[in-house]
Design a protein around this ligand. Structure first.
Ligand code: NG6
Ligand code: CA
Length: 509
């Protein structure tokens, strides 16, 4: 029930659930753009040059920011991947649902088949929907994914019409790609076995066979060795299906580009979740050594290249005026996340979180305030904005943009903030909830940042990141103290009280 003309206009009426066929007397032309959401992994607020990095240069991301709107107050929902992705795709805070912490590589599906998601909303709007890249939301039924057969309870079951994914993360087995329901390149004679409870006999591990490693772990990551790198979890088999880390960015970017090419004549939604810049950082040789900051910096260059390839594809296919491109990250930065890859030694003066305190895992803003750029030629006025924006609102904002209704109970935390997204008005969001790895929540309102009291473990020593935990309540004035240095809680008991009540209301909603 939709038509699209050569400039990519769908005829329909905003605010009406289904699109009206062309020729209807009430019809109004509404430009419905293609949507490309590029989701980086562990990319920090200070890791790209248009957000202030000097030690590394990201010309493609900078160009996108030059063409689009650069947000300085945009947030992911959690300081780690699985919960951020869960909230992004479902419009429900992950901390409302148990089992949404960092998922193992053999976790079963965390998003129930049939649930409303960003993808299902857009598919209902007539979009072809693709997921390319890191998944990390579990696959398969409660009994586990059938790696050697049809993998059910995956992206195809929650609204995507195509997927080419890494099941979990680059540092977790199984180290294979899944295209739609099948492991790519798997041979029947060499089935895959995955285990997270015990070692699989006969398979070399980082712990027992360090002589086989090309990258040595600093903490954890000492189980099955694949491509000279030991991972989290044990696996065997699937030799012909194993990925080569050096080629992951090329492979995923290639799949993203072909998805765009294939769907250029229909509205499409592409969720492109890169492996970069997560560990293990093993960029392609054409990026290796190029940043001078070691593999972490090189992975930033590789990520920037991926963004550039997407932009070039959109330009080449004349889709620029009909495509919204968003680039953002799933959580804040970490320098040593488990491999000795020289990230610490070669960091120099680079500040991965920019002016923010903390990083990945943390309750400080470094954990969840992320880069966020939205570009749509002719529709989004280029510039910079400090309006508050949360990734949890993308689902409802896209629904708004495409005239879809969102079921309030299922997607209860997502509210349209379309005007702010398009740079056309002030934010409808007056507070932001942040979720740190230990489960504690923080709240931002009127430039105040309140962090709930919790365990006093101030430093996550293995990653050398300030946790943001304190046994006392913390209150910071982000406008004057973006680095969350001076705790003003004692002097402002009324504000602490108000924010405590609000956080409890939000939690109990
Ligand atoms: C941690 C891993 C870390 C990373 C993280 C998830 C260890 C010691 N550390 O448990 O390397 O994989 O989980 O990162 O295993 S995320 O970005 O996918 O959330
Ligand atoms: Ca991450």
């Amino acid at each position: 029930m939709k038509t699209q003309n050569s400039t990519g206009m769908i005829t329909g009426i905003l605010g009406v659930v289904s699109l009206i066929p062309s020729g209807c007397s009430h019809e109004k032309k509404v430009p419905v753009p293609n949507i490309i959401l590029i989701y980086a992994d562990d990319l920090g607020y200070g890791d790209v040059s248009c957000y202030g990095a000097n030690a590394v240069s990201t010309p493609n991301i900078d160009l996108l920011a030059f063409r689009g709107l650069r947000f300085t107050n945009a947030y992911c929902t959690s300081a780690t991947s699985t919960p951020s992705r869960y909230s992004l795709l479902t419009g429900e805070y992950a901390w409302r649902k148990s089992g949404t912490g960092v998922a193992r590589g053999n976790a079963s599906a965390i998003i129930d088949p049939g649930r409303t998601t960003m993808a299902s909303v857009l598919r209902n709007a007539g979009y072809t929907t693709g997921a390319v890249g890191k998944w990390h939301l579990g696959l398969g039924p409660a009994s586990g994914a059938d790696w050697n057969g049809d993998i059910t309870n995956g992206p195809l079951d929650i609204g995507f019409s195509y997927n080419y994914i890494l099941p979990a993360t680059g540092d977790r087995v199984p180290c294979v790609y899944v295209e739609n329901r099948r492991v790519v390149g798997l041979e029947e004679s060499d089935p895959i076995e995955v285990n997270y409870d015990e070692k699989i006999p006969g398979m070399p591990t980082g712990k027992d066979n360090p002589e086989l490693l090309k990258m040595v772990p600093s903490h954890g990551h000492d189980m099955t060795i694949v491509n000279g790198i030991s991972r989290i979890g044990w696996m065997s088999g699937g030799k012909n299906a194993l990925w080569v880390d050096e080629n992951i960015a090329d492979t995923l970017t290639g799949k993203a580009v072909s998805f765009i090419e294939k769907n250029k004549d229909n509205p499409f939604f592409l969720y492109f979740a890169t492996h970069d810049i997560h560990v293990p950082r093993v960029p392609h040789p054409r990026f290796a050594g190029k940043s001078g900051m070691g593999p972490r910096g090189d992975a930033i260059l590789e990520f920037d290249w991926s963004v550039g390839e997407i932009m070039k594809t959109v330009d080449r296919l004349n889709l620029t005026e009909n495509t919204i491109i968003i680039v953002t990250s799933d959580n804040g930065p970490v320098v040593d996340d488990g491999y000795r890859d020289q990230a610490v030694e070669l960091l120099g003066n680079h500040k991965p979180a920019g002016p923010l305190r903390g990083g990945k895992y943390s309750a400080f803003d470094g954990g969840t305030r992320v880069i966020f750029i939205a570009s749509w030629k002719g529709k989004i006025q280029p510039g910079r904005t400090n309006e508050l924006f949360s990734q949890v609102d993308l689902l409802a904002s896209f629904a708004d943009l495409t005239g879809q209704k969102v079921p309030e109970t299922e997607c209860r935390d997502s509210h349209s903030n379309l005007n702010a997204l398009l740079g056309k008005g002030t934010s409808t969001r007056d507070w932001i909830v942040e979720h740190a790895v230990n489960g504690r929540l923080s709240l931002i309102k009127n430039n105040w940042k309140y962090i709930e009291p919790g365990p006093g473990d101030r430093l996550y020593a293995h990653v050398n990141i300030e946790s943001g935990n304190d046994t006392l309540p913390q209150l910071y004035n982000l406008k004057e103290d973006i680095g969350e240095k001076t705790n003003l809680a004692k002097d402002n008991p009324l504000i602490v009280k108000e924010l405590t009540e609000l956080i409890n209301n939000i939690r109990n909603n």
